[in-house]
Each structure stands twice: as C-alpha cells, then as structure tokens.
Design a protein around this ligand. Structure first.
Ligand SMILES: Cc1cc2nc3c(=O)[nH]c(=O)nc-3n(C[C@H](O)[C@H](O)[C@H](O)COP(=O)(O)OP(=O)(O)OC[C@H]3O[C@@H](n4cnc5c(N)ncnc54)[C@H](O)[C@@H]3O)c2cc1C
Ligand SMILES: *[C@@H]1O[C@H](CO)[C@@H](O)[C@H](O)[C@H]1NC(C)=O
Ligand SMILES: *[C@@H]1O[C@H](CO)[C@@H](O)[C@H](O)[C@H]1NC(C)=O
Ligand SMILES: *[C@@H]1O[C@H](CO)[C@@H](O)[C@H](O)[C@H]1NC(C)=O
Length: 545
C-alpha cells in the first residue's frame, strides 16, 4: 500500500475515533469509520450490482456504508422481470432480459455466489423440432439451423457461406477480448468509459455501423445479412446499417447462453439482500439537491405517503436519466444526451396450436414442423425507406417457442399448450396471430370472423385458441447509432451514473459492470485516491484496502 495514503488513512480513522470516542487508539480491524450514506436510484442490474459491490468493498475495508435503494416499480429487477403463464407461479417466463452468456463474469459469478440455479438457454423448449432456429425474410426461410442453439456450427456454415463465418467468429473473439480488459486493472475502475474504450481499441468498432465494420473485415454481405442481422434484430430490434459494430459483435457472442431458473431478476434480488441495503419499492425519486456541505438531499414520493427527504453522502443514478423524471439542482455541468430508445412490443401467449407450416411456406417442402425459434432478416433486394422501423416484409423481429405447459381447466386430462414470445415493432394483430397459428382457415369455415378486423388484437381471439396472453411495450435498449463518446460515470461530485454504458453495450452484464465500476470509484474517492487511473498504483493500493 502506498505509504502516504496509509498514513493519511489511519490518521483520518484516528481523528474520527478521537471525535467520536475521545482519544483512544483502537486495535486494527476493530475500528469502523462512520457510515457513508449512499443512495442508489433503481433496483435493476446496475443499481443492484452497485449495492452488492459497495458492500463487498466495505467488508474489505474499515469503512462502513449504509445503502438505501429507491425503486419506483413494485418489484426488483427493472428490465429483467418475469410473468407467470396462467398466473401460475409454476410457469414463470421472462418478459424482459432473458439470457446472459459465459463471458458475463459479473452475472455468472454472482449467480454462483448467491447459490442460484443456472440453466442452459432454451432448455425448456419443447424440442419437438430438430430445427431449432429458422431465419425468415418474410417470404422464405433463408437458413435453418438444426440441433443447435449456437451460431457457430462452423462446418455447416462454411458450406453455405465460405470463409465469412470463420472471419466473423475471429472478429467476435478479438472484440470480446478487448472488452474484457475493462474488467481488470489497470483499466478498472474507469471514470471515463470513452477513455477506457479508446485504450482497449474499441472506438473503431463503435464508430461505424455493423454493416461497415463487417465489410471492412471482409465478412461477406450474405452472411452478414442472413445470420448476423438476424441476431441484431432479435437482440436489439435493429438492422446492420443502424446498429454499431461493437453491439453487432456482442450479438454473435452467444457461447454458453444461460438463464436463472425461475427468472434472472433473482440475481438482482440476491445482490440487494446480500448488500443489506434498505430497499424502498414504489418509491420514486423526484429531485436531488446539493447542500452547502456537499451532501445531497433526495426528495421521493411513494404511494400513500407524502414527500420524503433524506440526506446522503453519495447518490448513484442507476437507470436512464432521460426517463427518470429526476430534477437535479444545481444541474450538472454536463447532462447526458437524450438518445432515442427502441420501442418494442413483447407479446407472450399460450395456445394448443403450433406454428403453421403453411404460413411459413413449408407446406410444399414436406416439412410438418416450423423451427422453434423464427428469427427474421430483410430480403436481399429490400430497399427500406429510412423512416420505417426497418422490420421489413416479415413484420416482426422474432417468434420463439419457449416451453409447453399444462392448460388449467382440464385437470382431469391436462392439455399441452405451447408458450410463445413475439418481438415486434408494433402491436400484433389478432389476424397475424391467427395466421401464424394456422387458425384463419378454420375460422373462415364457420365461426367468428369479426376477430379478423384489422384493428383486432390478441385479446379478441377465443380462449380455446389463446388460453393466456400478456402484452408489454418496452423501451428495452437505445437505438445504437455509431458514436465515439459515452456518458461519464461521474455526473457531478458524489453523483454517479451507470446508464452511459447503454450506448456502448446494452445488456444486464454491462449494467452490472458499470454498477460495480461506480462502487469502486466511490471507494477510491473516499480514500483520497484519484478516481482516474494514473498508472502508478493498483486500485486496491489507491483505495487503501
Ligand atoms: C424485452 C427485453 C429483452 C432483453 N433481452 C436481454 C437479454 O437477453 N440479455 C441481456 O443481457 N439484456 C437484455 N435486455 C436488456 C437488459 O434488460 C437491460 O440492459 C438491463 O436490464 C438494464 O439494467 P439497468 O439496471 O441498467 O436498468 P433498468 O433495469 O431499467 O433499471 C433501472 C430502474 O430504475 C428505476 N427508476 C427509474 N427512475 C426512477 C426514479 N425516479 N425513482 C426510483 N426508481 C427509478 C426503474 O423503475 C428501473 O427499475 C433486454 C431488455 C428487454 C426489455
Ligand atoms: C441507515 O439509513 C436508514 C435510512 O436513511 C436509517 O433508517 C438507518 O437507521 C441507518 N442505519 C444505520 C445503521 O445507521
Ligand atoms: C469471477 O470469479 C473468478 C473466479 O473466482 C475471478 O477470477 C474473477 O475475477 C471474477 N470476476 C468478476 C468480474 O467478478
Ligand atoms: C375496430 O374498427 C371497427 C370498424 O372500423 C370499429 O367499429 C371498432 O370499434 C374498432 N375496434 C376497436 C377495438 O378499436
């Protein structure tokens, strides 16, 4: 440990001890400096990880923290949350973030530390089709993957795409390797994401569209459009000419895809409980005001009670500032740019019917089963006007068959129903749902045709066809336009921000990484360390831990 810091640090502890207890030297380890009061706004991946890591750092130091988490929703997890099919807790399914991957060290480690059950992504799928993923362009399947949830069945891909998949895989691995340097000293913790990204050489990747990045790296347009774009569409609702190169690469880093049994939100609930934070649900932060002594007053409202104010030493804003409704006074010198977010319709439903081979033009091919996951891309010749969402003739981003469930109401002879998830840029119509399930013909022959009016929605379909549904409109991630600067982790003194990360990479893991990053920066600042790495000491040396 740096000896000057050591002296300063113990000097400080001693003087605090003097103030509090009269002069009396405490043995090492027994002395705890007074509580630092930390407010975290948002109980999603970013805020929970911030709390979790603050507690870990506090446990390794002589400084204690008192953490309060404000969350305006009634649940923990933010954009990571589940709903129950038939409202039955036996059937939870993800409404938001559904998978993470083995290089997501923060999530993987936390799952292990918290003792959560991890399952392979797609493990619950019915598995009735050998064909797991089909890529649909609105007219035909351009590619079908069999017996695999991984993109990287290289042998098969090479047969169709030549060297492109090999090049793309190498590019993805190099890119992930660069990104992972942000996890380690000397770059971690980073005050400036822009500087850290420049240091590891990722700005070349964020400064161009995925299309340009792949072209520059000699990945053929056919492979890019048919495979990589299918992935950018299901993961981010964006085509390659829109999304930047780095996020396009993230979409291909799917090795070891996994999820938490029962819901990924449990990672964040577990983190919060391990952090011993005081979690206030249904508590909306309205304003943050700086006091003369540098502390910050938070004004919050919660259902059924008046405005409350609390004073903190540090505040973490752990969600996009632009839709937090928080007013900050005095305003920070630099307010994060407002950026467009994608509007995504998520439609979950259960039905006794399977996807229609006829709708997907498989009837003539002798195939009786549609791939369990239908991803989409644009046809080769498409010229979309720039104003359109970019979804193209397919009309949706993805349809996944999640699992089977036993339909209630038939307890004596439970019927098998399939649970589906549709991602689309607009609300799905009853007509569309009927078509993909092959109900249209059946309906025309006799019964109810009114449900096919153009403005009908899934709720208009009869219960014997759609036994349960849940619709949700999200702003799940930014439109990831190419850029070379990112919002800083420090908004103002003692005021931290995690969501600048979303324009770089928008995932649960990267939010969690940023939460840990601000926790580390905060500790550094308490120990008088320069928050920015100057190359001469390690983080722990600087933090006096
Ligand atoms: C449909 C969908 C699919 C996705 N798929 C994946 C995936 O497969 N894998 C993946 O890694 N990521 C996925 N994502 C993205 C992932 O969910 C997010 O990147 C991540 O969860 C963001 O976490 P966060 O903590 O930064 O923000 P959030 O989860 O949004 O948390 C911010 C929290 O702050 C709260 N808040 C905001 N303002 C206030 C206020 N004024 N007072 C109090 N509380 C406030 C909000 O209620 C919210 O709970 C998906 C997202 C969606 C919606
Ligand atoms: C932590 O802060 C909360 C709310 O601000 C307060 O009620 C609680 O007493 C504090 N805990 C400790 C140990 O100081
Ligand atoms: C995850 O755990 C491994 C093994 O304990 C450790 O080496 C690594 O630093 C951890 N990474 C993170 C981000 O927690
Ligand atoms: C749908 O359109 C019909 C005819 O235009 C109208 O009568 C009906 O009220 C509409 N239904 C909804 C749910 O908007």
């Amino acid at each position: 440990m740096n000896s000057i810091l050591l002296v300063l640090y113990y000097g400080w502890i001693l003087s605090l001890a003097t103030l509090i207890n009269g002069y009396e030297q405490k043995p090492l380890g027994a002395t705890r400096a007074p509580l630092k009061r930390v407010a975290i706004i948002g109980a999603g991946a970013g805020g929970s990880s911030s709390a979790y890591n603050l507690r870990k750092y506090a446990d390794q130091s002589l400084l204690d923290v008192n953490i309060t988490v404000f969350e305006r929703a009634s649940y923990v997890g933010g954009r990571s949350t589940t709903v129950n099919v038939f409202d039955d807790p036996a059937y939870p399914i993800e409404l938001g973030a559904s998978i993470f991957v083995s290089v997501n060290h923060n999530l993987v480690n936390a799952s292990r530390e918290l003792g959560l059950m991890v399952k392979g992504a797609g493990e619950d799928r019915p598995g009735e089709s050998e064909e797991t993923i089909g890529i649909w362009d609105g007219k035909r399947f351009v590619y079908i993957l069999s017996d695999s949830l991984s993109w990287w069945n290289i042998a098969k891909l090479v047969w169709r795409y030549g060297l492109a998949p090999v090049r793309a895989q190498t590019l993805m691995k190099t890119t992930v390797g660069k990104f992972l340097r942000l996890y380690e000293e000397p770059l971690f913790p980073f005050k400036s994401l822009t500087a850290a990204a420049a240091e590891v050489g990722l700005l070349d990747t964020t400064s161009v569209t995925g299309e340009v990045f792949l072209e520059e790296n000699s990945v053929s347009p056919k492979f890019s459009r048919e495979i990589i774009q299918a992935s950018t569409r299901v993961n981010y609702g964006q085509n390659l000419p829109v999304i930047h190169g780095l996020e396009a690469m993230v979409c291909m880093a799917t090795d070891g895809a996994m999820a938490i049994q029962g819901g990924n939100w449990q990672i964040f609930a577990g983190m919060l409980s391990a952090s011993e934070a005081n979690v206030r649900l249904e508590s909306t932060v309205r304003s943050i005001d700086r006091n003369d002594d540098g502390t910050l007053t938070i004004t919050s409202t919660s259902a059924g009670s008046d405005m409350e104010t609390d004073v903190f030493d540090e505040v973490v804003i752990a969600g996009p500032l632009q839709d937090s409704g928080i007013s900050i006074s005095p305003p920070p010198e630099r307010i994060p740019d407002e950026i467009p977010y994608v509007e995504l319709y998520v439609t979950l439903f259960s039905s006794p019917h399977r996807l229609s081979p006829k709708y997907f033009d498989l009837a003539g091919s002798g195939k009786t089963v549609v791939p369990e996951t239908v991803l989409t891309t644009l046809p080769e010749d498409s010229n979309l006007p720039p104003s359109q969402s970019g979804v193209g003739p397919a009309g949706f981003w993805s349809i996944s068959t999640l699992r089977t469930v036993n339909s209630p109401g038939s307890a004596s002879s439970p019927a098998k129903h399939y649970v589906y998830k549709i991602f689309s840029p607009q609300r799905v119509t009853a007509k569309f749902v009927s078509q993909i399930l092959g109900l249209e013909e059946e309906e025309k022959e006799g019964r109810d045709s009114t449900v096919f009016a153009d403005n009908s929605s899934i709720e208009d379909l009869p219960k014997h066809h759609i036994s349960w549904f849940h619709e949700k409109i999200w702003n799940p991630y930014p439109v990831l336009h190419p850029r070379v600067t990112f919002e800083e982790a420090v908004l103002a003194p003692n005021m931290w921000y995690t969501s600048g990360m979303e324009s770089f990479i928008s995932t649960m893991e990267t939010s969690a990484l940023m939460g840990k990053n601000v926790a580390a920066l905060m500790f550094q600042s308490w120990f008088g360390g320069e928050a920015e790495y100057d190359g001469s000491q390690t983080f722990w040396e600087k933090s006096g831990i």
